[in-house]
Design a protein around this ligand. Structure first.
Ligand code: CMC
Length: 443
């Protein structure tokens, strides 16, 4: 795409109109296009044509770099200021004062719950944590070294076969039930996948424990009659879950909305969102960061590694963000939690390599000029490793809390009268019409 020259001048006082005037220099024609919320509608460009038989102009925006695909009231991000808010509440305040379960309620309902609403919410989530026994057979079919994200994607998709009522997506009661089921069962699917890898018996949910306390119970309980999660680790995981609950129109939320726009059931759409999250550029980055720190191996090797990143041979995983061009506010909170976890579990020696990567990168012109800062995934892997999770579980620990955000995005999409099945346009640059050549005539 060629770059365009533009000139801007202030409109005379009193002449302000919420429109954009476009001059098509190919024809000399002018078009006045409405502007609302600082956006134009590409469909208004369609009237711009060379000839009346032309299709008309479209916008071309690979990877949606400057295209809003929806209007949303869930999450606000200001990437230049490093601001993240769910439903108007700052991430810092929620991380300090809220719980994951309350934050999930907030994200889904738009308001913080009253005491009785929270009690009902927790009751309903807690009473939907069990999974059908057949899912266990399904899990047993996986190899001992299967990646738990692959197992999670498959088993969450399989839930749709157990709950055909989930197809009733425009029924609020059905949506509510699937919401309880999805938020309640994701930790169980994740924990059972983990136990399967270890070859250990599955641990059933314990209704006396909190959302994260029960998750730790299903992961780590061995012979004790009652599992008592360490309260600092339970709270650390709960805060990490708050930080990961939603992040507006990222790759996986967009997958949830796009797949959901075909009116498929929410389990199938969540499987698609989980698959999108799996990639190393998205939720798989926390695992990729740890693998990178292990590969670097020692603080003295950091400069050489950074050099290879600058030479374009590698990425510095856990750095950079499409939206944040300032420090990711989640990363600041994660860094603090890391030290709280190290106080209990012992210092993770890889932290020194991570700190050195950060120190060098934040001073280096390559990273400074591109506004590359640590993102949420840079330090989370160190915490998860210290808590005893294998690396392959890291993206799973992202998927569980993000489920509330995915469902909120899905419901918002379904109830938005402007939304319909997603179907982007393309710029066709392939062959024009040509005649078929029989096989024996081809050279
Ligand atoms: N290491 C080295 N260079 C980088 C990095 C990185 N981590 N990230 C971006 N750049 C460079 C990139 O090569 C490009 O350079 P140039 O202008 O010379 O071509 C420039 O910075 C702009 O990057 P971009 O690829 O246009 O940015 P993007 O918005 O398309 O990509 C990103 C965003 C997060 C995919 C990317 O920064 C990246 O790959 N980071 C590493 C993976 C990672 O940590 N992902 C987790 C994201 S946060 C969790 C989540 O919400 O998913």
């Amino acid at each position: 795409m060629s770059s365009t020259k533009s000139t801007a001048s202030e409109a005379p006082t009193g002449a302000r109109r919420d429109t954009l005037t476009i001059t098509d220099n190919r024809t000399g024609k002018q078009f006045e296009i409405p502007v609302k919320n600082d956006t134009i509608r590409p469909i208004d460009l369609r009237q711009i044509k060379l000839q009346s038989s032309d299709f008309g102009m479209m916008s071309y925006d690979p990877a949606f770099a400057n295209t809003a695909s929806c209007a949303s009231k869930i999450t606000y991000i200001d990437g230049d200021q490093g601001i993240l808010r769910y439903r108007g509440y700052s991430i810092e305040e929620l991380a300090e004062k809220s719980t994951y379960s309350e934050t999930a309620y907030l994200i889904l309902h738009g308001e913080l719950p009253t005491q009785s609403q929270l009690k009902d919410w927790n009751y309903n989530i807690t009473h939907h944590t069990f999974i059908h026994e057949s899912i266990k057979k399904f899990l047993e079919g996986f190899h001992y070294d299967a990646h738990p994200m692959g197992m999670l994607i498959s088993t969450v998709a399989a839930l749709s076969t157990f709950y055909p009522d989930a197809k009733d997506i425009f029924n609020p009661d059905s949506r509510r039930k699937q919401t309880y089921r999805l938020i309640g069962k994701m930790p169980t699917l994740a924990a059972f996948s983990y136990r399967h890898i270890l070859g250990m018996p599955f641990v059933y949910p314990d209704n006396d424990l909190s959302y994260t306390g029960n998750f730790l119970n299903m992961l780590f309980r061995t012979t004790e009659l009652k599992f008592h999660p360490n309260p600092t680790l339970e709270r650390a995981l709960d805060i990490l879950f708050i930080l990961h609950a939603d992040h507006e129109q990222n790759c996986s939320s967009t997958a949830m909305r796009i797949v959901g726009s075909s009116h498929v059931d929410p389990y199938s759409a969540t499987a698609a969102a989980t698959a999108a999250l799996y990639g190393p550029l998205h939720g798989g980055a926390n695992e990729a960061v740890l693998r990178m720190l292990v590969e670097i191996g020692s603080v003295k090797n950091v400069p050489a590694y950074v050099q290879s990143v600058k030479a374009g041979e590698k990425l510095l995983m856990g750095f950079g963000h499409r939206v944040y061009k300032n420090y990711d506010p989640r990363a600041k909170i994660v860094k603090r939690i890391a030290y709280e976890v190290f106080d209990i579990m012992g210092r993770n020696p890889l932290i020194d390599i991570a700190l050195e990567c950060e120190r060098i990168a934040l001073e280096d012109e390559y990273f400074v000029s591109r506004r590359l800062y640590p993102n949420v995934d840079f330090y989370t892997g160190l915490i998860y490793q210290s808590m005893g999770f294998p690396m392959t579980m890291f993206p799973v620990l992202f998927a569980i809390p993000r489920t509330s955000g995915w469902i909120a995005q899905w419901v918002e999409m379904l109830l938005d009268s402007e939304q319909k099945i997603s179907r982007p346009r393309q710029v066709y640059l392939g062959q024009d019409l040509r005649s078929y050549i029989p096989l024996d005539h081809r050279s």
